[in-house]
Write a protein that binds this ligand. Structure first.
Ligand code: AMP
Length: 198
């Protein structure tokens, strides 16, 4: 199964992606985690991405598209994957389709977790406060969760990512799920829509 999870900051994308991957035995590919790790170890990708991630801006399409292309060619992706945080722009969505076409593969579904803007705001700010309290997490590893950049991340979600919904809807690939519920309920609803519940 090949899935994309879409949603704003604090919509629960990473929690749901992780559980889905566990359930389906496929790999989770999270662009945010990949970037944070790359920044922490100051790889080429990390150095290029850092100024954008720190400000809550999107990393330029060409940097991520090439990286994700390489990632999706790795052997662990053969059984399928859940992409979390990617695509985030219409251009990335189109490029993903081109890549899949080249590989003779198809996306099964794009799952959109909807939550009100106020929930995005409170969940993201709470998360940044929890990271700040947790001494085992270096502040640097979550520089994108600083409360002052949360509004910008939300703004970019509406500006750049929401247009992708139409792209997938038009292709009859969009599943919309209410993300403003307890995580277990959200997961159940996703599995139900994917006809994977028992
Ligand atoms: P996330 O954890 O998915 O919210 O991603 C953290 C940060 O990484 C974002 O605020 C962006 O700066 C960057 N990022 C992650 N995924 C993408 C993407 N698909 N396109 C551009 N930038 C991204």
């Amino acid at each position: 199964m090949r899935l994309v999870i879409l949603g704003g900051p604090g919509s629960g994308k990473s929690t749901q992606a992780r559980q889905l991957c566990r359930h389906l035995g496929i790999v989770e590919i999270s662009s945010g985690n990949i970037l944070r790790r790359a920044i922490a170890s100051q790889t080429d990708l990390g150095r290029k991405a850092q100024p954008y991630v720190e400000k809550g801006e999107l990393v330029p399409d060409e940097i991520l598209i090439e990286f994700m292309r390489q990632r999706l060619l790795q052997p662990d992706t053969a059984k399928g994957w859940v992409l979390e945080g990617y695509p985030r722009t219409a251009f990335q969505a189109e490029e993903l389709d081109f890549l899949l076409e080249d590989l003779n593969q198809q996306l099964d579904w794009a799952i959109y977790l909807t939550v009100p803007e106020s929930v995005m705001m409170t969940r993201s700010v709470e998360r940044s406060q929890n990271y700040a309290k947790d001494s085992t997490t270096s502040a640097k590893s979550r520089l994108d969760d600083h409360p002052e950049i949360v509004p910008r991340r939300i703004e970019l979600f509406y500006e750049r990512t929401v247009p992708i919904l139409e792209y997938y809807d038009y292709r009859q690939k969009l599943l919309t799920i209410n993300g403003d519920q307890p995580p277990e309920q959200v997961q159940q609803n996703i599995l139900h829509k994917l006809e994977l519940d028992d």
